[in-house]
Write a protein that binds this ligand. Structure first.
Ligand SMILES: Nc1ncnc2c1ncn2[C@@H]1O[C@H](COP(=O)(O)OP(=O)(O)O)[C@@H](O)[C@H]1O
Ligand SMILES: O=P(O)(O)OC[C@H](O)CO
Length: 519
């Protein structure tokens, strides 16, 4: 039994009528999707394709840029075909993407010079440590809002320039372009070597560790420190404006009118337009963002300061972010590596077969810990094991790990922003797990609400593109589309919550310092 109330069984499904429409391309960590939306923000058609995850060494994660571009073209054409429409019915294309994942390519041939280094890739840990020597991990935090960590794009560019034969000279000669997946998709979509535009938006640029949050431009001092030639960098534009038009495929001639990192797009799609509004997206990892208004808020509690969005030439809106590297991927690990469940959904049945965690706590520091710790030396633990513990208790502890990590982020957010969350808007694949959503509500002692359209990331990019071309008049029109589909309210006793939180924090302590320098 949960306190869930379902208001709709098929969130977002719609019959499409006669349009016009907005097409949203969501280039994610595991797959690329194209979703067609109507004016009410309802889904008309979806096409999706997974791409290969390449693991050349422990801790290294790569994607093939050419495969990703091929998939983006396929799903875009696929979604338009499924919708039964043509490019003439589509008013604009929005782009959203996995952030930080770094690609360098040859501007003349359009060929990537190396696989993309994915945001989860930890090969730049040593480089980050070196960059922070004598200064500490906050060397560039004042300018960029980010701690030195392998997560961000800047150190990944530097690694490629240092490790791909002859690349630095070609980059300095202006032959090489850098992009996160937004830039790569937009450049190809608008013509590639034949006139493609080389741009990124402020939200994606804010994850490179190379953009100054105050000027919203590349920071020359940081570029010099990281030894990155400015010639590789795209032009930074707002999140909602026309960058160019699609050069080919089913959407040839349609304006490309938005770009946002996927977590910022979800903030936009959840219509968190007012200061203090927040959302949390539960997918491979989990990312909780709070709108902090028109000035960046510094974090003293392990969060990131980032750009939330910028609509055309309006003032930018900033956000605080708590990034958790491993949440849904812990469930995948239970399924694929441990073989304890056959499907992600099965974890709910298994975890529901017991009353509690039986004293066990799982801390998934698989590649260190992200927010609020930023510790590259941490590794995963299962703490509190006794012979009493069964796989059902472990399943429960796995779900609780996502809930407690959320609690830690919310606590940090309250300290940094002074805002107490009165409710948390959620989205992403894990939100179909009722037990997890109930547990999150319990540990936060606050309601958790899920909207009708679960694809808030793609919706956010569609909204931004639609605003740019006048498809929607303003953000008030978008707010009117947000409808609640389900809500969970807290049921846990305060003393249980306090005891469990203390145990969780004890288990987190056990993960620290596992990796030593020489490793
Ligand atoms: N019922 C479920 N319970 C727990 N986790 C789930 C469930 N369904 C999916 N997941 C997890 O959610 C993730 C997929 O969510 P999605 O939002 O598609 O992620 P992403 O956009 O990061 O690829 C996977 O890691 C999967 O393990
Ligand atoms: O593609 P996702 O949904 O796993 O999101 C990844 C984030 O953007 C990483 O910062």
């Amino acid at each position: 039994m949960t306190d869930t109330q379902d208001f709709a069984s098929t969130p977002g499904a719609a019959s499409h009528g006669h349009g016009p429409f907005i097409a949203s391309i969501d280039q994610g960590t595991t797959s690329s999707r194209c979703i067609v939306f109507d004016r009410d923000g309802r889904i008309v058609a979806v096409d999706q394709k997974e791409h290969e995850q390449i693991f050349p060494k422990p801790g290294w994660v790569e994607h093939d840029g050419a495969e990703i571009w091929a998939n983006v073209q396929e799903v875009t054409d696929g979604a338009i075909a499924k919708a039964g429409i043509t490019g003439a019915d589509v008013k604009a294309i929005g782009i959203t993407n996995q952030r930080e994942t770094t690609l360098l390519w040859d501007r003349n041939t359009g060929e990537p010079v190396h696989n993309a280094l994915v945001w989860q890739d930890t090969r730049t840990d040593a480089l980050c440590k070196e960059l922070g020597r004598n200064v500490g991990p906050d060397r560039f935090r004042r300018e960029t809002g980010l701690p030195l960590a392998s997560y961000f794009a800047g150190p990944k560019i530097r690694w490629l320039l240092d490790n791909v034969d002859g690349l630095r000279a070609r980059a300095e000669a202006g032959e090489i372009l850098f992009g996160t997946m937004d830039s790569w998709v937009i450049w190809n979509l608008t013509g590639g070597p034949d006139g493609g535009v080389h741009v990124t938006d402020v939200t994606n640029a804010s994850r490179t560790m190379l953009m100054n949050l105050a000027t919203l431009d590349w920071d020359e001092r940081i570029l010099a420190s990281m030894e990155i030639p400015a010639a590789v960098l795209p032009k930074i534009r707002s999140s909602a404006e026309v960058y160019g038009t699609a050069a080919g495929g089913a959407l040839a001639g349609v304006p490309v009118a938005s770009a946002l990192g996927d977590q910022q797009a979800a903030l936009f799609g959840q219509t968190c337009f007012a200061k203090g509004e927040a959302k949390s997206t539960y997918g491979t990892g989990t990312f909780l963002l709070m709108n902090t208004g028109s000035a960046p808020v510094n974090s003293y509690n392990g969060l990131l300061t980032t750009v939330g969005y910028r609509i055309g030439d309006q003032a930018p809106v900033y956000a605080l972010e708590g990034s958790i590297a491993v949440t849904g991927s812990l469930v995948q690990w239970m399924r694929d590596q441990m073989g304890l469940i056959n499907s992600a959904a099965e974890i709910e049945t298994l975890a529901s077969s017991v009353e509690d965690n039986g004293g066990a706590y799982v801390v998934p520091a698989f590649s260190g810990l992200f927010a609020p710790y930023w510790r590259a030396d941490a590794r995963g633990v299962i703490a509190g094991l006794t012979r009493y513990v069964t796989k059902a208790h472990i399943a429960r502890a796995v779900l609780e790990a996502t809930a407690w990590q959320t609690r830690e982020i919310v606590d940090a957010m309250t300290k940094d922003s002074g805002v107490e969350l009165t409710a948390l808007k959620v989205d992403g694949g894990m939100t179909s797990n009722n037990l997890l959503m109930q547990t999150i509500s319990d540990v936060l002692d606050a309601p958790v609400v899920r909207p009708m359209v679960a694809e808030t990331t793609a919706l956010g990019a569609a909204y931004a593109a639609g605003l740019a071309v006048g498809f929607w008049p303003d953000t008030d029109a978008l707010r009117a589309n947000w409808r609640r589909a389900a809500e969970w309210t807290p049921r846990m006793e305060a003393d249980v919550r306090d005891r469990e939180y203390k145990n969780w924090l004890k288990a987190v302590e056990r993960t620290m310092g596992w990796i030593e320098d020489e490793e």
